[in-house]
Design a protein around this ligand. Structure first.
Ligand SMILES: Cc1cc2nc3c(=O)[nH]c(=O)nc-3n(C[C@H](O)[C@H](O)[C@H](O)COP(=O)(O)OP(=O)(O)OC[C@H]3O[C@@H](n4cnc5c(N)ncnc54)[C@H](O)[C@@H]3O)c2cc1C
Length: 388
């Protein structure tokens, strides 16, 4: 079985019949690279909590983050679903690497959508090519799902700089990022500001250990009279919260893709194990119950994949995609948990041990139902379409 799966290839061919051969060759070769270079590092990254900088640099060199951007920004100018198919492959190989890239990608997307030409030249070019890394600072200790209740404030002081005070919580890529895309309250509502790591008064807390995605960093951010030039305001003062919402809609497609990748990894391990493990004089794969489990896993994964690539297609075509992104995230992340749970079950006692690598997938998948909007918040948004 190739790392870039037949199921992915069929979807890409249906979405882009005229370029099917070109795109599938590109994705197959990216899949081969990821299998060779990234997959073998995943277990150690998880066990030792190593930030996957080396992996990210290798992936940046392959032109990953710049896939959907225009050539004048050093992008590859390829359709958004190609980026999403790559995200699935990285998620399948190493979820710690994928989450760090996904958050970075959300920032690139926001800067592209809401930043001006100067900001594209000064920051985005370095970010999409991976010369610099970014983080997304929205959540606070008392403002997670209810992000509007954030208390971090920014005021334009007499010297023409933005002065930021407050703190953020649970920020991925903390201490590793060069730029922090931060949301703060202002006299006009909310603003988004780009804070460079070296800004005076800015600091990151200590690393928060967690059950999965152990290679990615997670810290709080502190702003103690941090001054950033007024040119670091992204877009319009007062629109920051709208930008956050739009960035999260895009981010949710990447989280869905990553979850599909994690589930695919768990499925492939389960199929191999079912063929090899003997019980009652047969392979597990000879039991109908095993086959039923595998068939459900395959069906659920491909269902989630279709929702995800469809949301990506809409985004790439600049059509409304917010609800579809939430549906993809809700279904794909909950699906990944179900699939990974079954994968542990299929491995029996071995699946519960650290010797097997299968519970890593469940631990990694769990965050996906929480980050970039919990499953319950996805339900609130999706059902809002029916009732609000
Ligand atoms: C590993 C990790 C990485 C993260 N990375 C980032 C990052 O890079 N940047 C960033 O800004 N944030 C990040 N976060 C924060 C993450 O986005 C929040 O944890 C998430 O949005 C949930 O917020 P909360 O933890 O405050 O939970 P709460 O909002 O307190 O929610 C607690 C529970 O209540 C439920 N709930 C809340 N409101 C409702 C409602 N209206 N209806 C029904 N149920 C509801 C929730 O679904 C949840 O089950 C990260 C978190 C983790 C754990």
């Amino acid at each position: 079985m190739a790392f870039y799966t037949e199921e992915q290839s069929k979807i890409i061919s249906s979405l882009f019949p005229d370029q099917a051969q070109e795109y599938n060759q590109l994705l197959e070769s990216f899949g081969n690279f990821v299998e060779k270079e990234i997959l073998p590092t995943a277990r150690t990254i998880d066990r030792q909590g190593i930030f996957p900088k080396e992996n990210m640099d290798k992936i940046f060199k392959q032109g990953f983050t710049n896939i959907p951007y225009s050539e004048e920004l050093e992008g590859l100018g390829l359709p958004y679903p190609i980026y999403i198919a790559c995200m699935e492959l990285v998620g399948k190989a190493c979820a710690s690497t994928a989450i760090s890239l996904a958050i970075h990608g959300t920032v690139c997307d926001g800067l592209y959508q809401f930043g001006n030409k100067d900001q594209h030249e000064k920051y985005l070019r370095d970010l999409i090519t991976g010369r610099k890394l970014s983080a997304f600072g929205l959540t606070e200790s008392n403002a997670g799902s209810d992000a509007r209740s954030m208390t971090t404030k920014a005021v334009l002081d007499s010297s023409g700089n933005w002065k930021i005070n407050g703190s953020k919580m649970y920020i991925t890529n903390s201490a590793k990022a060069d730029y922090y895309f931060v949301f703060a309250k202002t006299e006009k509502g909310f603003a988004s500001l780009l804070v460079p790591k070296e800004a005076k008064g800015f600091s990151c807390g200590s690393n928060i250990t967690k059950m999965g995605l152990r290679g990615s960093t997670l810290m709080g951010l502190n702003f103690d009279n941090v001054l950033v030039p007024k040119e670091n305001l992204i877009g319009v003062n007062g629109e920051g919260f709208e930008y956050a919402k739009k960035m999260l809609f895009s981010g949710r497609i990447t989280i869905a893709a990553l979850s599909v990748g994690i589930a695919q990894a768990a499925l492939e391990k389960s199929i191999s194990y079912a063929k090899e493990r003997q019980a009652f004089g047969k392979s597990l794969s000879d039991f109908e119950i095993t086959r039923a489990k595998i068939s459900d896993m395959m069906t659920e994964i491909n269902g989630a994949r279709l929702l995800t690539y469809y949301a990506a297609l809409l985004k790439g075509r600049k059509q409304d995609f917010g609800i579809e992104a939430c549906e993809a995230k809700l279904y794909a992340t909950e699906m990944a948990l179900r699939v990974c749970n079954q994968a542990i079950q299929l491995h029996g006692g071995y699946g519960y041990t650290d010797e097997a690598d299968v519970h890593r997938h469940w631990r990694d998948a769990k965050l996906m139902t929480i980050g970039e909007g919990t499953s319950e918040i996805m339900q609130v948004i999706i059902s809002g379409k029916a009732f609000d």
